[in-house]
Design a protein around this ligand. Structure first.
Ligand code: FEO
Length: 402
């Protein structure tokens, strides 16, 4: 079937998910895809990854349009998270002649996931591969397996297909992916700024806290003679490979394009919002790029993407029940897990008869290893005009920005 053939002898047999709007807590406004691939090489067929389980029937149908599953010789499992391996137990009966290949850690985690559905002997027969292991599939094609631990789980690996007669393809699984549904598979068939934003959001929400490990792994992947990248989410890369590789280098190093600020807050009776708006004006008039997000109306997956790029994160909350406003608590918890690097922080907010929010914000920012300004802004009930002069505190923030 021609429309599944994205490249000569390479077929995308996965599922484009136009419905998903939440992916384990991460908002996916534009859907996603679970890309799986079949490579043909002479009389050999190789299946790479599966799809999220609810979409198994579409996956099987796609495979059957490309080849008889009984004739699949190899089944490569690059990553065990269920969005890619969920159909593993279901596809096995259709692949009686396939040798299964996974990373050493992958074999272990596959068993830990599917022990109730798959016979123990199957796990024992899986070929466990690691750095330096290859698979020659004839006709000039061979695969090299490269572990990419923590992009995105310990088991993750990429499969690099060297093709003497065609394009070298990196099947990168989660790496370089985007939660983005499209009927056009390639980067250059889509709006580049839109897919780069989705790639950035994907990095911020899934990989950011793993940046140190990613920075170590990237040079290994980047040194491969890659012509094409086929990830397991979103579009494939054929025209913008240096751009996405450079972006991963930048995101994993914590480097910023410019020194900018974000103001993240919520408000109960508009006092904290008055502070947020006054801070915004003070930063804006200095020509520093600044964005303001009221959490009730903002999506924390989008906000963390902005936080990854900003130098300064100002966090505001009214005191509610001697603690944080719930949306602020939720955001700070999410941010703490993702650990944005090399940031300066400021806490602000309002209170009534008892305090609590500022202390909690400072604790959360410090736990995130954000360099918090010693001073904070804490105003009782409703701020007066003269309370909203933040020149001096913003001077200190600017100084800390370096
Ligand atoms: Fe797309 Fe880590 O799974």
């Amino acid at each position: 079937m021609k429309d599944l053939e994205i490249l000569k002898d390479v077929f995308q047999v996965g599922y484009v998910d136009w419905e998903v709007r939440n992916f384990h807590g991460y908002s996916t406004h534009k859907g996603s895809s679970y890309n799986a691939y079949i490579v043909k090489s002479g009389d050999k067929s190789i299946l790479i990854d599966t799809v999220k389980r609810p979409y198994f029937k579409y996956f099987l149908k796609n495979i059957k349009t490309v080849c008889d599953p009984k004739n699949i010789d190899y089944f490569i499992v690059n990553h065990i998270e269920p969005d890619h391996s969920g159909s593993f137990p279901l596809i096995l009966p259709y692949l009686p002649n396939a040798e299964i290949i996974a990373s050493t850690k992958g074999v272990e985690i596959l068993e830990q996931h599917y022990h109730e559905e798959v016979r123990e002997e199957v796990f024992k027969k899986i070929r466990a591969v690691g750095e330096g292991d290859t698979l020659d599939v004839g006709c000039g094609k061979s695969f090299a397996f490269v572990p990419i631990p923590m992009i995105h789980w310990p088991d993750s690996m990429v499969s690099f297909m060297k093709d003497e007669n065609g394009k070298n393809v990196l099947f990168s699984n989660d790496a370089f992916g985007q939660h983005f549904a499209t009927s056009k598979y390639w980067d250059d068939e889509n709006n580049l700024s839109e897919i780069m934003w989705e790639a950035e959001k994907y990095y911020a929400n899934i990989l950011l806290h793993l940046s140190k490990l990613i920075a170590k792994t990237l040079p290994v992947v980047g040194s491969l003679p890659i012509d094409i990248i086929c990830p397991s989410h979103g579009v494939g890369w054929r025209s913008n490979i240096p751009k996405i590789l450079d972006a991963y280098t930048k995101w994993s190093s914590g480097t910023m394009d410019e020194k900018s600020a974000i103001i993240v807050y919520d408000t109960m009776w508009e006092s904290t919002e008055k502070i947020a708006k006054a801070l915004y004006q003070e930063i804006f008039k200095r020509g520093i790029p600044v964005k303001r997000f009221r959490l009730t109306q903002s999506d924390y997956s989008d906000v963390i993407t902005e936080a990854m790029k900003a130098k300064v994160i100002l966090v505001g909350s009214p005191t509610l029940n001697m603690g944080l406003y719930p949306t602020v608590a939720e955001y700070l918890c999410y941010q703490k897990g993702l650990k944005p690097m090399d940031k300066v922080g400021l806490a602000f907010g309002s209170y009534g008869w008892s305090k609590g929010a500022i202390k909690a914000i400072i604790e959360e920012l410090k736990a995130t290893k954000i360099d918090v300004l010693d001073e904070s802004i804490e105003i009782k009930f409703v701020p007066r005009e003269e309370d909203l002069d933040f020149k001096s505190i913003v001077d200190k923030l600017v100084e800390k920005m370096g």
